[in-house]
Unconditional design. Structure first.
Length: 290
């Protein structure tokens, strides 16, 4: 009824110009407007999710440039600012890729929830993102991007873990044998050099020796006086490095026992007040900044 619609519209405009109250918009018209608004929001979410995931994929394919050296004596850390190199290889970190992954999946999840009217649709992209992140986490530390040589620009080859030991210095072989870090190496066929990076374990990245900077610091604990329900105890913490012979000792007070205490020893008071130079002791000597 185009004629009737035109006539009704003119009458409404006349009422507005004359200062009269505007009649209520019919329910059908409101439903159409709401449908348009809902479709617009859904379209924006879908487009935004696709764009974010696309940027994340593009980011994951950007090449990482590493310097290949003959002998591979220099090992670069992925998580620690090395005083010899001055910077962390943030480009190798997977955190930016995870940000794109979860942000894009969240947009797609909201889109599916709105469009289907069932919020189970919201969970599907989020679960898929978590599964993808879990798969990538097993490669955490290995760049998803191609690794190229800084000198010649050629793509480098990943060295198999069982062959990497012969390229590592003694202190790094010791740290690897103790399970404190994971090492990854790449070989440049043109320059005949290798690049090695290390990702320290979360519980071990503070066990660098302050003298030789090797990840070989050992923490041993001796209880000098047991704590009781009426008095505190005392323990001796010893830090030592088998590479350079560094040794440091500190006495730490053990708090009095209470009814809420469980049967625990050093691991039970992880994060205690032990520190050598400002850090705090982690459970079993696997944490803290010394």
């Amino acid at each position: 009824d185009f004629d009737g619609g035109t006539l009704a519209g003119v009458r409404q405009l006349t009422s507005v110009l004359q200062g009269q109250p505007v009649a209520n918009v019919p329910a059908a018209a409101r439903a159409v407007a709401q449908g348009i608004d809902s479709s617009l929001v859904e379209g924006i979410l879908l487009l935004l999710g696709i764009i974010i995931l696309g940027l994340g994929w593009q980011r994951s394919r950007m090449p990482v440039s590493l310097r290949a050296e003959r002998g591979g004596r220099q090992v670069l850390s992925l998580t620690r600012r090395d005083p010899r190199t001055g910077a962390v290889l943030s480009s190798v970190q997977s955190d930016p890729i995870r940000l794109f992954l979860y942000s894009g999946s969240l947009c797609l999840g909201v889109f599916l929830g709105l469009s289907s009217g069932n919020w189970l649709g919201f969970a599907l992209p989020v679960v898929a993102a978590m599964a993808t992140d879990g798969t990538l986490s097993r490669k955490r530390g290995i760049p998803f991007q191609p690794v190229v040589c800084q000198a010649c620009g050629r793509t480098m080859r990943l060295i198999q873990p069982q062959l990497l030991d012969k390229y590592l210095p003694q202190e790094h072989r010791l740290a690897r044998s103790r399970g404190r870090a994971r090492y990854y190496g790449w070989f440049c066929p043109t320059c005949q050099g290798i690049a090695v990076v290390v990702r320290e374990g979360t519980l071990s990245r503070h066990l660098y020796c302050p003298r030789c900077q090797a990840l070989t610091l050992d923490l041993t604990t001796q209880v000098l006086r047991e704590a009781t329900y009426s008095s505190s105890g005392l323990k001796l913490e010893i830090l030592s490095c088998p590479i350079c012979g560094y040794r440091s000792e500190r006495e730490v007070v053990i708090p009095e026992l209470s009814d809420t205490d469980t049967d625990s020893d050093f691991g039970g008071d992880s994060g205690g007040d032990s520190d050598f130079g400002g850090g705090s002791s982690g459970g079993g000597g696997a944490g803290g900044s010394w």
